[in-house]
Design a protein around this ligand. Structure first.
Ligand code: NAD
Ligand code: ZN
Length: 355
């Protein structure tokens, strides 16, 4: 059976296209008095970007803090605070920031129309009701969160996405000017998330022509950005992120992501840097790509944190292993149907203990 997956229906791309946001959302302000919720990464407080947000009198801006990656508890708190603003639901939710802020915007737009806690919906296709109209505007590129059908959340038990067709944004605004001010290390780590999406998709057993075509182009763009550089790097990175996301949409990620999910759940490590730390140890699985990744690190003077597992107790390691093994589609994509014979608890522990 072939997957019939939903993609983002409206995309605007180009330097300065953020300026069109007001026109784009205007037609979704259904009735007089209907309002929009802007969820914006608080790194932009008092910034030039902040002044350009087309906020109207009835709209609300909520500053989003992403010091910790998104948790179900934060989503529930934000959803409650939106409900308290008015007796009505907003006409739209607009997320401006990196993968964390975009995921929070997706999650809140879903939880405004679905009862209970966001933790109840972590998994696949558990969402019943369509979300509020939601718009994603990346200010950091690489995660592919702008195109994916998931919002990745740390819940009481697991770091696991709310995967559903309703999760997909209704509109994305890809303006390369928005990512130009990102700190270079963060830009690198998030950019490498895209590179690793491509590596895992292109080397996976789920690969098909659709995924390969997007993956190869995204990979080529990552090489141009992180090995050559140049004036159009931000434009290229933004499209690489989109294409990398499209590539994994019809395939899957692999071992690196499965291990990295365990790391971020237990140690609170952020996704991009966690992926880089794990990927650096996966030479056995992706020899050429790990070599190229190291060249990119060298070119950008990146020094990965070392010995991050020092002090992690036995139950922490066990939890990481449980999380990794629970991500069955990722493992199967990477290693094929007999993956359980290759990726045993001992083998996973061995990789974790090297980090
Ligand atoms: P992020 O959103 O967590 O942001 C990282 C840091 O960069 C934060 O401190 C943020 O404030 C700052 N930042 C963001 N944009 C900036 C800018 N333009 N200028 C200055 N600072 C800026 O980082 P990310 O790597 O984009 O996202 C990681 C998150 O995305 C994780 O929570 C991960 O689970 C999620 N993710 C989601 C998907 C998906 O498909 N939904 C895919 C991969 C990762
Ligand atoms: Zn990723």
């Amino acid at each position: 059976m072939f997957r019939n997956f939903k993609t983002v229906p409206f995309v605007v791309f180009g330097r300065g296209c953020f300026g069109q946001l007001n026109d784009i959302v205007k037609k979704h302000r259904k009735a007089t008095g209907s309002f929009m919720i802007f969820m914006v990464d608080d790194v932009f407080t008092d910034s030039h970007l902040c002044e350009k947000i087309p906020l109207q009198d009835q709209d609300h801006l909520i500053w989003i803090n992403v010091d910790d990656e998104p948790k179900t508890t934060y989503v529930d708190q934000l959803t409650r605070s939106v409900h308290q603003l008015s007796g009505d639901l907003p006409a739209g939710v607009i997320g401006i920031g990196g993968g964390s802020t975009m995921d929070l915007a997706k999650a809140v737009s879903l939880m405004l129309t679905n009862p209970g806690s966001s933790a109840d919906y972590q998994g696949w296709d558990l969402i019943k009701n369509p979300a509020i109209y939601h718009v994603g505007i990346p200010a950091l590129s690489g995660t592919g969160a702008e195109v994916s059908r998931t919002t990745v959340l740390a819940g009481p038990e697991m770091k696991l996405g709310i995967n559903s067709d309703h999760t997909v944004f209704d509109q994305i605004v890809l303006d390369p000017e928005l990512i130009s001010g990102a700190p270079f290390e963060q830009r690198f780590y998030t950019g490498m998330d895209c590179y690793i999406h491509c590596v895992e998709s292109l080397n996976g057993t789920y690969l098909n022509t659709f995924s390969r075509s997007y993956g190869e182009k995204a990979m080529a763009l990552c090489r141009e950005v992180f090995l050559d550089g140049g004036p159009e790097s931000d434009d290229k990175l933004m499209i690489a992120s989109y294409f990398g996301g499209m590539s994994i949409a019809y395939s899957q990620v692999g071992i690196c992501h499965a291990l990295s999910y365990g790391l971020s759940f237990v140690l609170g490590l952020h996704h991009g840097i966690g992926n880089c730390i794990v990927f650096d140890q996966l030479e056995k699985y992706y020899p050429e790509e790990v070599g190229e990744f190291r060249q990119m690190m060298e070119r950008h003077n990146i020094n990965l944190p070392k010995e991050i597992m020092v002090g992690v107790e036995e139950n922490g390691i066990e939890k990481m292993i449980d999380i990794t093994l629970n991500l069955e589609p990722l493992m199967e994509n990477a290693l094929g149907p007999d993956w359980k014979e290759i990726m045993t608890r001992d083998r996973i522990r061995e990789i974790y203990e090297k980090l």
